[in-house]
Design a protein around this ligand. Structure first.
Ligand code: ADP
Length: 324
């Protein structure tokens, strides 16, 4: 049972602007707040370009935020990840791991699978000797559904699904507590996607993992997540239990995402998003979704809706639900 009072990560007031020059300013994230509960899979969903990867990289302390804190809770103690450097950050990386969309770009194609899975153990000085490390690699390969003979293969000799199993093995060999999956199944065929999602679920149960599961695909996110946050142009517009949102999406953007992914053939009442998201630079006031929203009113153009808690434990940022 998930305990709301037992978070593992708090994302607090995170904002990030990319400013290449005066004419090219992107508000990638605007005051993003949420908590991830220990043991849950928390899904972050939104169209490409809405700021998901920027947030993931900030959580990993790979890029700087302009504002805000990322608090990781370890043994009851709060650690502000963004203030960590050098050895302290390296030590925390054992606990927080990443699984990317395209493992081919994140793993060395010239190294064999056995070496790739063993490398984190060597870096973090885990295992008494090489024989023990080899044993750990064999066990991990078996956990992710690969025969130990795969140790002698190169990444190019594997299928996309098998490569993603190797990426999972590399991420999990250090026995992390918290894993960020950034579009981890997006490059795979639908049938292989399901196998990898099931593997991630099995590993979550077996190792007691917490996931931040990021994807543009609402079906994928809701398949694996206990709770979901829906992001549009760097802001969270709706957040709540996966089942609640799946059964009854409320924010016009969430409805449109569902319409696109679930009811693609529904000709009765499809809510289709038209056009591209507006330039982020232009958005200084009002609702981020106003320019594409079929319910847009005068107020939406001038006043930014805040995330409000509803009766069913979800939060929503939309003037349609202001009276609640
Ligand atoms: P997502 O992961 O949801 O596709 P990103 O976090 O990659 O979104 O990007 C969010 C926004 O920030 C996009 O408009 C993107 O073009 C912009 N962006 C991302 N990285 C950079 C960068 N290094 N420099 C300038 N703009 C960037």
């Amino acid at each position: 049972m998930l305990n709301e009072n037992n978070p593992i990560l708090k994302v607090k007031n995170i904002s990030k602007v990319y400013a290449e020059d005066k004419n090219n300013i992107v508000n990638a994230l605007n005051d993003v707040n949420f908590k991830i509960i220990k043991g849950e899979a928390f899904g972050l969903v939104g169209e490409s370009g809405c700021g998901k990867s920027t947030l993931a990289q900030i959580i990993m302390n790979l890029i700087l935020a302009d504002k805000g804190e990322i608090i990781y809770i370890k043994d009851g103690k709060e650690i502000n990840i963004l203030s960590l450097k050098g050895k302290k950050m390296k030590a925390l990386r054992k606990e927080i791991q990443f699984i990317f969309q395209d493992p081919y770009s994140s793993i060395n194609p010239r190294k064999k699978i056995g070496w790739l899975i063993k490398e984190p153990l060597i870096i973090h000085k885990i295992g008494a000797d090489d024989a023990q490390r080899e044993k750990m690699v064999d066990e991990m390969l078996s956990s992710v559904g690969l025969d130990k003979n795969y140790k002698n293969r190169f990444p190019s000799e594997l299928s996309g699904g098998q490569r993603q199993r190797v990426a999972i093995a590399i991420a999990l060999i250090l026995k992390p507590k918290f894993v960020i999956c950034d579009e981890a199944v997006s490059a795979l065929d639908v049938s292989v996607q399901a196998q990898i999602l099931n593997l991630l679920r099995d590993m979550q149960k077996k190792m007691g993992l917490t996931y931040l599961f990021i994807s543009h695909n609402l079906n994928v996110v809701s398949y694996i997540s206990d709770r979901i946050a829906v992001m549009y142009l760097g802001e969270i517009v709706e957040m709540g239990n996966s089942e609640t949102i799946f059964k009854n999406p409320l924010h016009p953007y969430t409805k449109a995402l569902f319409s696109a992914s679930v009811n693609i053939n529904d000709e009765i009442n499809p809510v289709i998003l038209k056009g591209e998201p507006p330039s982020k630079a232009a958005l200084t006031k009002g609702c981020v979704f106003a320019s594409r929203c079929r319910y847009c009113s005068e107020k939406c153009l001038t006043e930014k809706p805040v995330l409000k808690e509803m009766d069913d434990n979800r939060k929503i940022a939309c003037h349609l639900y202001n009276e609640y």
